[in-house]
Design a protein around this ligand. Structure first.
Ligand SMILES: [Fe+2]
Length: 191
């Protein structure tokens, strides 16, 4: 592994990590969309796939501005997060419980990306790569928006449906709206 000695090296390393992360995600999102049982969730995954492809394109532009080759560096974190999502799918039936698990897994992905883009954007700022800052910021905002969208799907449909599925004892035959207010697993940044 090449030595990361300067902030320039670190910035490039972060970009390569994000590049690989996004590429892994472009392969995982179609599978997540296919596994989703809620139409709303499927559509959210499909539209985030399109965004993710654009995000790869933005990183291509950043590499070009820096005069660097657009190559990724294996992002072990994304591999692990995607694997956890796969495990949710294989351990659940096609149901709102699976959807709730898929949302939780996808929000972990979004939060990872939000922190990655946040750091890369800040480092670009320090290094004076003005155009890179705005490209990275654009993607950062898309990731935040995707996270909020997942939260609202969880809150509006999926969690309550999952609660009302047979097997949730708690004594109650929970009707939609009758149970306690449910929240998605992820924390939302409402900025
Ligand atoms: Fe992304």
């Amino acid at each position: 592994m090449a030595k990361v000695a300067t902030l320039d090296d670190l910035f490039l390393d972060e970009l390569r990590d994000l590049y690989d992360a996004e590429k892994q995600l472009t392969k995982a999102l179609p599978k997540m969309a296919k596994a989703a049982s809620s139409d709303e969730l499927r559509t959210a995954f499909e539209s985030h796939l399109e965004e993710t492809q654009n995000q790869v394109g933005r990183l291509d532009q950043v590499f070009e501005m820096l005069g660097e080759k657009a190559t990724g560096k294996k992002c072990a974190a994304m591999t692990g997060l995607i694997k956890e999502g796969d495990e949710i799918v294989s351990s659940t039936d096609d149901s709102s419980v699976r959807d709730a698990g898929l949302i939780a897994a996808a929000q972990k992905v979004e939060h990872y990306e939000m922190s990655g883009y946040g750091s890369a954007r800040t480092h670009a700022q320090i290094l004076g790569h003005v155009e890179a800052v705005s490209l990275l910021e654009e993607t950062l905002n898309e990731e935040k928006q995707a996270d909020r969208k997942l939260n609202s799907i969880a809150e509006s449909v999926v969690n309550e449906d999952a609660m009302s599925m047979a097997g949730n004892t708690n004594g109650a035959k929970t009707r939609r709206g009758a149970g306690p207010k449910t929240r998605s697993a992820g924390s939302t940044s409402r900025e």
